[in-house]
Design a protein around this ligand. Structure first.
Ligand code: MRU
Length: 369
């Protein structure tokens, strides 16, 4: 998608040095565009853990390239063991987004039984590229499928914008390109359908205020930033036509873990009869679990993310300031689970289905054999 009119992905190999992978360091957005070079597994692990890159799809793509980088540095006589250890190191960085372990496993499966390190390297590079390209393509298709929903809503209010509320950033910055929740919005905007997005600020990391608002601005999509607790009020007053959010892990029965606060938006949507959609590439399914509340691991992050806030000073410096009394006890849960019963539909690369085991089975029968 576009930054200052120029097309970017969130991650790509350095065209001048195939051993280096480039990412947008999202900690500096929206005030500064910083491109970071990742050279080895330690760089990849830090970039994921400290959220230079974030969002389920991008975490997966970064892990894919991280495994390629692991291969570059693996001793030829311990190629497989070294890869496995580096894969475990990457998986340990963040617990909730299932794409991380999925991408590491896909790489390990791709090189299983390969003893020639040079051949292994070719496979790891090819597979990392496939993971990234597939992520972008699946999000593009999510856009096509989700567009039909927005088109229908638009026909019911000719001349008026379709008001869409989204939480956090399931935009292109959370993937390789297009985004999941934003892909239908971008597709509708490109088709000339009037859309307007309510952007939840998304405390504490502020993915909505910093990233989603920036993305939408760069793409010229009308939007309004709101404080996190505003959604219920907007819905009660008929100001939201639909909600679209992303997911970091989805169970086989359609429960989803998404950024903390998503569940409350789903409750408000249910109470107000507002359709609540979740957009996801199939890489965010965890096919092994069914009960999201009991089985999805929820990341807890440091309290400083709640007690402090980072932003641009009047004289143009990016600074962190303390907002809570020093020493305040904190609980910083990164995600919550929205049970399937609150979800109108799942928008995947294969189409839209009910958030239920039966619905998901219709689209992904091979996963239920
Ligand atoms: O903590 P993050 O920023 O990695 O969380 C991911 C998210 O941005 C959201 O939960 C998002 O809505 C889904 S990721 C596709």
């Amino acid at each position: 998608m576009k930054i200052a009119g120029q097309n970017y992905r969130t991650i790509w190999p350095d065209p001048n040095n195939a051993k280096v992978i480039k990412v947008i360091d999202q900690r500096h957005l929206p005030h500064q565009l910083v491109i970071e070079d990742l050279h080895n597994v330690a760089d990849f692990a830090r970039a994921i853990k400290e959220m230079h890159v974030r969002g389920a799809g991008l975490i997966g793509a970064t892990a894919g390239y991280g495994m390629y980088s692991a291969g570059l540095h693996a001793p030829a006589d311990r190629f497989q063991e070294s890869l496995k250890a580096d894969g475990d190191r990457l998986i340990a960085t963040r617990p909730t987004a299932t794409n991380l372990a999925w991408a590491v496993q896909r790489q390990l499966d791709a090189v299983r039984g390969v003893s020639d390190a040079a051949h292994g390297m070719e496979i790891l590079y090819r597979t990392a590229t496939e993971i990234a390209d597939e992520d972008a393509e699946f999000c593009r298709r999510i856009g096509e499928h989700g567009l039909a929903i927005i088109r229908d809503l638009s026909r019911k209010k000719p001349g008026e914008p379709v008001n869409i509320l989204t939480h956090c950033n399931a935009g292109w910055l959370a993937f390789v390109d297009y985004g999941s929740a934003t892909a239908p919005i971008y597709a509708a905007h490109r088709e000339g359908i009037k859309v307007h997005v309510w952007v939840d600020e998304t405390r504490p990391w502020l993915q909505g205020a910093k990233l989603t608002a920036w993305e939408l601005k760069e793409e010229g999509v009308p939007h309004t930033l709101v404080a996190d607790n505003t959604g219920g009020h907007l819905m009660q007053h008929g100001m939201v036509d639909m909600v679209i959010v992303g997911t970091d892990r989805t169970t086989r029965s359609g429960d989803v873990a998404n950024k903390i606060g998503t569940y409350l938006k789903a409750l408000a949507a249910k109470d107000n009869g507002v359709p609540f959609y979740v957009a996801l590439p199939s890489s965010t399914f965890d096919w092994t679990i069914s009960d999201g509340v009991r089985e999805i691991p929820i990341e807890q992050r440091g309290g400083e993310e709640i007690c402090q806030v980072c932003g641009l000073t009047e004289d143009g410096r990016n600074e962190k300031v303390q907002i809570a009394p020093p020493g305040t006890a904190t609980a910083n849960y990164g995600f919550d689970v929205t049970p399937a019963r609150f979800i109108t539909g799942l928008i995947s690369e294969r189409g839209i289905c009910p958030a239920s085991e039966a619905g998901i089975r219709e689209l992904f029968p091979e996963k239920f054999i």
